[in-house]
Write a protein that binds this ligand. Structure first.
Ligand SMILES: [Zn+2]
Length: 298
């Protein structure tokens, strides 16, 4: 059943049917309805892409590196229509190059396309982002300072995680790591616990390597990370990339959603990107395009 707020909002949006439908409620209720004036009652809309692996290189297996730029252009047209509040790429934005100079060119090329979509952008570090570059070089290339941090938008708390640390705590960079040795560092874990503790808002997390599996795609100490999420009681969902295929696991009441990689396959029929709406009541809708699956969680 519709509540008066819903009726008010619908009639407000559709002026053609305004007079008829509005007779269901009094004009004074319409005027006092706080949802008209209060922006925090609006859903937060997020554009998501992952694993572009952009590089000016010939395809290797199912990975079509050069095509990611055209696929991002298509996603960008959709985002221009649907106007997300911010964008996030979930890692492996670029693929390895033979030199730092060439890699920086790849990064500049793909980021120019990404940056044209909106000013509010977020980048999760993927192992391929720091194959040729150091973390500092990658972050400088996308005009960011931190590899992990949190921010709020319209009453929702968002966390960007960095799992590009070796077991010994050393940061990945310039081929100094095994890609299967992914970890959240002790310092980052301490920061995460504190950040979750000081925040009462519903929370959504962005990561690259997987926090829900213990195979070679999984973060080695992900049980500790999940424990921090579960203890906070505020984490609704975690979005991740890295294993390139759609997947969803529910652990401890939290959705762990793995998104489809943009680099996989040739042609527009193999693209994948999504829009997420997080409603004030905690409902999350993921509208997936092309190969990306859609979800709704209440
Ligand atoms: Zn990848």
């Amino acid at each position: 059943m519709l509540n008066p707020h819903d009726i008010g909002r619908r009639t407000f949006l559709r002026d053609g049917s305004l007079v008829l439908a509005a007779t269901a409620i009094t004009p004074s209720l319409l005027i006092k309805n706080p949802s008209f004036a209060d922006d925090s009652a609006k859903a937060v809309r997020v554009g998501m892409v992952t694993d572009l692996h952009y590089a000016d290189k010939s395809p290797a297996g199912s990975r079509h590196y050069r095509e990611s730029i055209g696929k991002l252009e298509t996603a960008s047209e959709q985002f221009a229509r649907d106007q997300p509040d911010f964008l996030v790429e979930l890692g492996d934005f670029i693929d390895a190059a033979d030199s730092v100079e060439v890699e920086q060119r790849y990064l500049k090329t793909i980021n120019k396309e990404f940056a044209a979509i909106t000013d509010d952008r977020h980048y999760v570090l993927g192992n391929h982002c720091v194959d040729t570059l150091t973390k500092e070089e990658f972050l400088a290339g996308v005009e960011k300072e931190d590899s992990y941090y949190s921010f709020d938008r319209q009453g929702i708390h968002f966390i960007v995680l960095d799992s590009c640390f070796r077991s010994d705590g050393e940061s990945y960079g310039r081929r100094n790591f095994q890609w299967t040795d992914a970890n959240v560092s002790a310092e980052e874990l301490e920061w995460l616990r504190g950040d979750l503790k000081s925040n009462p808002k519903p929370t959504v997390v962005f990561a690259h390597q997987r926090l829900d599996v213990s195979n070679y795609h999984g973060v080695k100490n992900n049980a500790e990370v999940r424990k921090a999420f579960e203890e906070s009681g505020n984490v609704l969902a975690v979005f991740q990339g890295h294993s390139h295929q759609n997947d969803l696991k529910d652990i401890g009441g939290i959705h762990y959603c793995t998104l489809a990689a943009m680099v996989e396959g040739s042609g527009p029929e193999s693209n994948g990107y999504s829009l997420m709406d997080i409603h004030p009541d905690g409902t999350i809708q993921i509208k997936g395009f092309v190969r990306q699956a859609s979800y709704q969680w209440t």
